[in-house]
Design a protein around this ligand. Structure first.
Ligand code: 13P
Length: 242
């Protein structure tokens, strides 16, 4: 299975950040793992320009969220079709920051997942438990419920990202054994060819250990995806998967 190393820039990035993408593209042109896809999900304002400028490189671009409808009277929203039109290949849905900031339910996430598929793109469906849920021993139950309610038909092409909410932007990560347990659990609920990414404080220093775990098929990286100097070593760490 090809690994997927995806960067989620969140609400960071102006046009000048193209220099980081250019630096990453140059490093990857010199050396990159053969069986690894690399994706950057910048703010929506940058997707079209980046997809155009870097179309000849090994870097793909994606959206961070989309509306469920293809078009309509929804001021400020962006549809999956618009991301496709802008040159995106994948769209993240159900990120915990969307669930928290915009009250998104699993049903909303499923609608958005279907919208991404309708537009001919690949959804990256995020799931993950809170700190209180992990401490209460409910992590598998919570993630199992999210999967049941937000995964599309089993025949569809999709990616799952396991992002424990308490590990996002905190520098904390679950133990390798806890990641292995959760990814094996998610695998038991999905097809064998669905890529399962780990996300939450992935850095150059821990990427190799995390990516070596069974059923970890890549990473969804926040803060460390903003600088080519941090993101490139994580891409290279995926080379150890083959
Ligand atoms: P950090 O890598 O900054 O912890 O963010 C993870 C994340 O939320 C990626 O979607």
């Amino acid at each position: 299975m090809r690994a997927l190393i995806a960067g989620n820039w969140k609400m960071h990035g102006l046009a000048a950040f193209r220099s980081e993408v250019a630096a990453l593209a140059a490093k990857m042109a010199a050396s990159a793992p053969a069986d690894c896809d690399v994706l950057i999900c910048p703010p929506a304002t940058l997707v079209a320009a980046f997809a155009k400028e870097f179309s000849g490189t090994a870097i793909q671009f994606g959206g961070q969220d989309c509306h469920a409808d293809p078009s309509g009277a929804h001021t400020g929203d962006i549809s999956a079709e618009m991301f496709a039109d802008a040159g995106a290949g994948l769209v993240i849905v159900g990120h915990s920051e969307r669930r928290a900031d915009h009250n998104e339910s699993d049903a909303d996430v499923l609608s958005k997942t279907k919208a991404v598929l309708r537009a001919g793109l690949t959804p990256i469906i995020c799931v993950g438990e809170s700190e209180a849920e992990r401490k209460a021993g409910k992590a598998l139950d919570i993630v199992g419920g999210q999967l049941e309610r937000s995964l599309p038909e089993t025949s569809d092409d999709f990616v799952v990202a396991y992002e424990p909410v308490w590990a996002i932007g905190t520098g904390l990560t679950p133990t390798l054994a806890d990641i292995a347990e959760m990814h094996a659990f998610i695998r038991s609920k999905t097809r064998s060819d669905v890529r399962i990414l780990y996300g939450g404080s992935v850095k150059p220093g821990n990427a190799q250990d995390i990516l070596a775990i069974d059923n970890v098929n890549g990473a969804l990286v926040g803060g460390a995806s903003l600088k080519a100097g941090d993101f490139y070593p994580i891409v290279m760490a995926a080379g150890g998967k083959q």
